[in-house]
Ligand binder design. Structure first.
Ligand SMILES: [Zn+2]
Length: 325
């Protein structure tokens, strides 16, 4: 029997590939530029090269591959594997990614939303191991989400579920990229955190950030805020704390809604450590009921930047096995 699965994390900048065994050992990894600007065919060619590279470096034969999973930016139809029109992949419109890759590779291919596969990766092999119910928040330019309920991704009827970043946390609040107001993402993403800093400075806060950005407030980003904290700037600490409180509010609601064992956070922002996690934990506890609030552990991701690529493999295995039944 085939014992190996391939996971591919299709990002706007890089394509990451991993070859994983059924017993969860990572046997080969590859990363290469996506060539997104050259359109869908070039990107699929690049993914094919990535798969061939991991086969070669792990010494596994193509015929021993059970399936491959692709974590792609949404929106998409996860069941048919058609990717609609991801904002960071120019020229993509209704690309039948699963079918196209299956034609190129010769084994079953499955496509899933990138935040969902990252969640599944943490459930399968990362910080969520051992938990049956968990959710994941990816903290980047936006806030992505994934939810596992008793070992299964929560997808909803159209596959659009688990948009944690668009939980509403404020009436008539900040305008979000999705067009609505008051979404968690508008406050708790790295972009949202920078907005908090800019708003504070515009209303008179004194901070080293003003100097660091050379007076151009648009240049304030997550890195600058962490540098500010490292240099002992009180305002930078305050901005991180505010961001953590927003996250705690959203996570508190998730805890009441889902009663998870683990809430896993990933993305560059989690490097802030206790400065971020302590106020998140405190707020989430205050915002949730006693039993689920005491139950849920809020923890950093265990797979670093690899949750997506490993989760794509894990998800493909689960879907392959469900299909075979
Ligand atoms: Zn939104």
């Amino acid at each position: 029997v085939s014992e190996y699965i391939i996971g591919v994390d299709l990002g706007g900048t890089n394509v990451k590939t991993a070859l994983v065994s059924r017993d969860k050992k990572i046997l080969g990894k590859d990363s290469r530029p996506t060539r997104a600007e050259d359109g869908p065919n070039a990107v699929m060619e690049c993914m094919t090269e990535g798969v061939e590279a991991v086969l070669k470096c792990s010494g596994v034969d193509k015929k021993d591959i059970l399936a491959a999973g692709f974590g792609a930016p949404g929106p998409m139809n996860w069941q048919t594997g058609v990717v609609f029109s991801p904002p960071n992949l120019p020229g993509w419109k209704n690309v039948p990614l699963a079918d196209e890759m299956q034609k190129r590779l010769g084994f079953p291919c499955f496509v899933d939303n990138d935040a969902n596969v990252a969640c599944y990766g943490e459930y399968w092999l990362g910080a969520g191991q051992g938990a049956e119910n968990m959710c994941l928040l990816t903290l980047g330019t936006g806030v992505g989400g994934g939810i596992v309920v008793f070992g299964q991704l929560l997808r909803g009827i159209d596959g659009t579920a688990a948009e944690i970043g668009h939980l509403k946390v404020m009436r008539d609040g900040r305008l979000c990229g999705c067009g609505a107001r008051g979404c968690l993402e508008a406050y708790a993403s790295v972009t949202g955190m920078s907005r908090t800093a800019v708003e504070g400075i515009e209303t008179g806060a004194k901070t080293i950030l003003t100097e660091m950005c050379g007076g151009d407030l648009k240049k304030i980003d997550g890195k600058m805020i962490s540098d500010g904290i490292a240099q002992g700037d009180e305002f930078s600490k305050h901005v991180m704390h505010e961001t953590a409180v927003w996250l705690g509010i959203g996570i508190g609601s998730l805890i009441n809604l889902l009663n998870p064992e683990k809430v896993v956070l990933c993305g560059g922002m989690i490097a802030a450590g206790d400065v971020l996690f302590n106020p998140i934990r405190e707020t989430a506890k205050k915002m949730s009921f006693e039993v689920p609030g005491n139950r849920a552990e809020i923890v950093p991701a265990g797979l670093g930047a690899d949750s997506g690529v490993i989760g794509s493999a894990g998800c493909a295995l689960a879907r392959y096995e469900a299909m075979a039944k």
